[in-house]
Each structure stands twice: as structure tokens, then as C-alpha cells.
Write a protein that binds this ligand. Structure first.
Ligand code: HEC
Length: 443
């Protein structure tokens, strides 16, 4: 962090020198940066606490913005730039950082309104044009205080025919209390949530969901700033088998007052038969057997899955951990023995950021995907709910997880239960720590 700041300040000084005869102004130089990189979240009704739309909005935040961009706290983005290229990369260029810094250091002038770009218009309501909207049949009541377990709510849809979906958008009924949520496809014959009463909420854990075994698929997701998701990569779409229902899986946070939430998901159907299938793993590879010793400030946990089908292309990576998570790395070990780090990044529980690969990455059958994550279970971790506890897998924030939501494009007739087969460290019995790379199963 310190190193980044020093580099940032050096940039800043260079920028100030360069703008001696005219420092950056809000209208000409700063506003375009805010429009492109910040206003998606920093506007009324969105996730960020303050608006950065107008000069009046942004002026009081000039110094805070400088610090936030120099320390790379904003925009939120956690991928190590040395590994992979991502289409949704939010990082600012060094030039943009310089501009924001120079503006803050030079009295934050407004400049001429003639220089301002036209204001952005943000579509109210749906970002997509849904062909179908699925809503929770009744509101979920969120208590004023205390922890709320993950809620699973089965909604009767009973899709009348096999359906291909090219886009999905989940909308929080009450964004104040919805931390994140997912719309899960529940194909006919699933055992998970089989006896659930429609509209009632259940706390059956994610382990009960059985990972990908039953063909469950994530249709839509919501987390702050995520927006709608598209599944049409080179003519692909998501498959929902006839007779499926949808399970809303929601993580609520209490906010000090009683609240109700009625969330929904909108779907856009494919207009023509898709060429490929877009499939989102409901958490793979996963370390259900993880053990994090009390006090350990850098506990390593490794998990692995082997690709069991042909023509699978990776297009999306969203790591998942809880409050003790520090970092996450995903490696591919190809059948040739060659190994490649596909993703490496810091973990931040508040931002469940997903990374969209700029180009699909072919994972030949037999490729091992190895996830390596680290956790801080010491008192140094200010988010740590309890440094004296040995931590195992569980849904709650005080338990841990080590898994990834991976988006893949596969042949339309692929058996999705075969896409990822747990292997290596994921199959080990629970030990006293880890499983770790040092076990030697993974090179
Ligand atoms: C994906 C959504 C998102 C984007 C994009 C985003 N912000 Fe934020 N920002 C937030 C949220 C939420 C908070 C409050 C929580 C926090 O501080 O982490 C925040 C907080 C801040 C703060 C207060 C920081 C503090 O220390 O209190 C500043 C300043 C800020 N953002 C500036 C920016 C700037 C400048 C940009 C664009 C270059 C930007 N943000 C882009 C969501 C976003």
C-alpha cells in the first residue's frame, strides 16, 4: 500500500508540473473520468454513499477522491494486473489518476461549463428488456439487528419448455438489506429444496445443494455494482430445462430498522437456437474439507477440479470466500503438464467482484484447475469474527468457504455434471489444516 502511494504521489508531482499554466478543471478533465469510472455507483439510488454527478456533489470529495484513487481503494478492483486480461477491468489509467490528484491539489476548480460533456443518462429500472420476470411470491422480513442466515426461497415457475436465456438481471427489492443474491435453476428431479413450500424461506446450506451434481446452474446474480449479466458469448446462451423452478438464494444484512424485501429476476430469451451453452458453476473448485487453525495469519487452502468434457472455454471467474479471506489464485495445469496462473487477486468480502475474461480460454479435457487461497485467522484481521476458533466450511460469515463461480461456454449437449470433477486436494479427508500445496498432490 505504502509503495503504491509513493509512486502515486510521484506521478502527482509530475502532473502538477505539467499543468503549471492551467490545472485540470472539473468540467473539462475530471467529469469525463467520473462519468466513465465512478458514476455507475456514485449516483442517487445506487450503492455508493455519495453522488459524484455534479461539481457541487464532487467538490467536497476532491481530497477523498485523490486518496481513494492513489491507494487504489477506488474503483474497487482486486485482480493482480500481471495475470490475465479482463473485459470489465475497472482500474484507472495512470493519466486519469494524475488528473484527479492534480485537480485536488490545485484548489479543485470548476472551469468553464462549456467544456463539460453532456450528463450521462442512466436507465431507470431494468437495464435489459426482460421477456419474463420472476418475483418472490411474498416479502422476506429482515429483523432490525442480528445475523440473518442465507435464505433459499423456491419460486414456482415450472418452465413450460426447454428455454435458452441470453441475459439476466436480478433486482433487489430493497437494496439496503440485500448484500448479495443468486437465482439458481432447480431442474425437475433435484433433491435440494425438493420439499420446499413455494415462497417460504429455508436455510438449507450450500453444501446440501451438492455443488453441480444435480445440474443446478446459476441463472442470475446480484451484488453491488454488478448490473445485468449477458450469456451470449459467440452465440451462447444459458439453458433452463423444461419443468425447472427458480430458487432465490439471498444474503440479507440487518440495518438497524425492520425491513421487507421482495426481489426479482428478469430474463431475456434467445431469439434463435444457441450455438453453445453458457454454464455457471455453482462453486467450483471447492474446498469443503478446509480447516483453518486458530490464530493462523496466512492459512493456505487448496482445492482442485478436473475438466471432464471437451471444448470447455472459461469466460468468467468470481472467487468466493468469507471474512478471513486474503487472496485467491486460480491455476490451470494442462494435460501437457504445462501450468498457467489464470487469475490472482486480493480478496475483499464487501466486493464480490467477478472477472470477465477478455478472450475465452480453452480448457482441454483433463485440465486440472487448482485454486490456492489464503486466510487470516489472527487478531490482525479486523474483520475476523473469532481468532480463537478452528474454522471449517459453512454458509455463515463466521465459517469459511473456498470456491469459485466459474463461467464456461460448452457444447449445447454437454452433461454439466461432468464439466468439473472434484480431484486431488478436494477429495482429501479433513485434516488439521489446509489442504495445502505442500501435500504434494499439486504441482
Ligand atoms: C462498483 C461501485 C463503485 C465504483 C465504480 C466507484 N465507487 Fe467509490 N465507493 C463505492 C462504495 C460502495 C463506497 C462506500 C464504501 C467504501 O468506502 O468502500 C465508495 C466510497 C468512495 C469514497 C469514500 C472513500 C472513503 O475512504 O470513505 C470515495 C472518495 C470514492 N468512493 C471515490 C470514487 C471514485 C473517484 C471512483 C471512480 C474513479 C469510484 N469511487 C468508483 C462504490 C463505487
Amino acid at each position: 500500500m505504502l509503495r503504491i502511494s509513493v509512486v502515486g504521489l510521484a506521478f502527482a508531482m509530475a502532473a502538477v508540473a505539467a499543468t503549471d499554466n492551467g490545472s485540470p478543471t472539473f468540467n473539462k478533465d475530471v467529469l469525463p473520468i467520473l462519468q466513465k469510472n465512478c458514476q455507475g455507483c456514485h449516483r442517487p439510488g445506487e450503492v455508493a454513499p455519495m453522488s459524484l454527478i455534479t461539481y457541487k456533489d464532487a467538490r467536497p470529495w476532491a481530497k477523498a477522491m485523490k486518496v481513494a484513487v492513489v491507494t487504489e481503494k477506488m474503483p474497487p478492483w482486486f485482480a493482480d494486473p500481471n495475470f490475465g486480461h479482463f473485459a470489465n477491468d475497472r482500474r484507472l489509467s495512470a493519466a486519469d489518476v494524475n488528473t484527479l490528484v492534480a485537480w485536488a491539489n490545485n484548489g479543485s476548480p470548476e472551469g468553464d461549463t462549456k467544456d463539460a460533456p453532456p450528463p450521462l443518462t442512466f436507465p431507470e429500472g431494468w437495464q435489459i428488456k426482460p421477456d419474463m420476470i420472476i418475483e418472490m411470491p411474498k416479502p422476506f422480513h429482515v429483523k432490525a439487528t442480528g445475523t440473518v442466515n442465507y435464505q433459499n426461497i423456491r419460486v414456482k415457475v415450472n418452465f413450460p419448455e426447454d428455454t435458452w436465456v441470453v441475459a439476466a438481471e436480478m433486482r433487489a427489492g430493497n437494496p439496503k438489506v440485500v448484500h448479495h443474491m443468486r437465482a439458481i435453476v432447480l431442474p425437475p428431479g433435484s433433491t435440494w429444496m425438493a420439499h420446499a413450500v413455494y415462497g417460504e424461506s429455508y436455510e438449507e446450506g450450500s453444501e446440501a445443494m451438492g455443488g453441480a451434481k444435480e445440474g443446478t446452474d446459476l441463472l442470475g446474480k446480484f451484488n453491488p455494482g454488478l448490473g445485468a449479466q449477458r450469456f451470449d458469448v459467440d452465440g451462447s446462451a444459458k439453458f433452463v430445462p423444461k419443468g425447472s423452478d427458480i430458487v432465490f438464494n439471498i444474503h440479507y444484512t440487518a440495518v438497524g430498522t425492520e425491513q421487507d424485501d421482495l426481489s426479482k429476476v428478469g430474463l431475456v430469451f434467445a431469439k434463435e437456437p444457441p450455438k453453445r451453452r453458457y454454464w455457471m458453476s455453482p462453486g467450483t473448485p471447492a474446498a469443503f474439507n478446509l480447516v483453518i487453525p486458530p490464530g493462523d495469519e496466512n492459512a493456505e487452502v487448496v482445492s482442485e477440479s478436473t475438466v471432464g468434457v471437451d471444448h470447455a472455454e472459461l469466460v468468467y471467474i468470481q472467487p468466493h470466500m468469507h471474512l478471513r479471506g486474503k487472496d485467491y489464485e486460480l491455476r490451470a495445469i494442462y494435460p501437457t503438464g504445462e501450468s498457467q496462473v489464470i487469475f490472482k487477486g486480493k480478496w475483499n468480502f464487501d466486493w464480490q467482484v467477478g472477472y470477465q475474461l477478455e478472450k475465452p480460454l480453452l480448457l482441454p479435457k483433463g485440465t486440472r484447475l487448482v485454486a490456492v487461497a489464503h486466510y487470516d485467522n489472527s487478531l490482525n484481521n479486523k474483520y475476523n469474527p473469532d481468532a480463537t476458533k478452528e474454522v471449517h466450511w459453512g454458509d455463515q460469515n463466521w465459517d469459511e468457504m473456498q470456491s469459485g463461480f466459474l463461467g464456461l461456454v460448452v457444447d449445447v449437449n454437454t452433461n454439466t455434471a461432468q464439466i468439473f470433477i472434484p480431484s486431488g486436494p478436494s477429495l482429501l479427508p479433513r485434516g488439521k489444516s489446509g489442504p495445502t500445496l505442500a501435500l504434494g498432490l499439486t504441482k
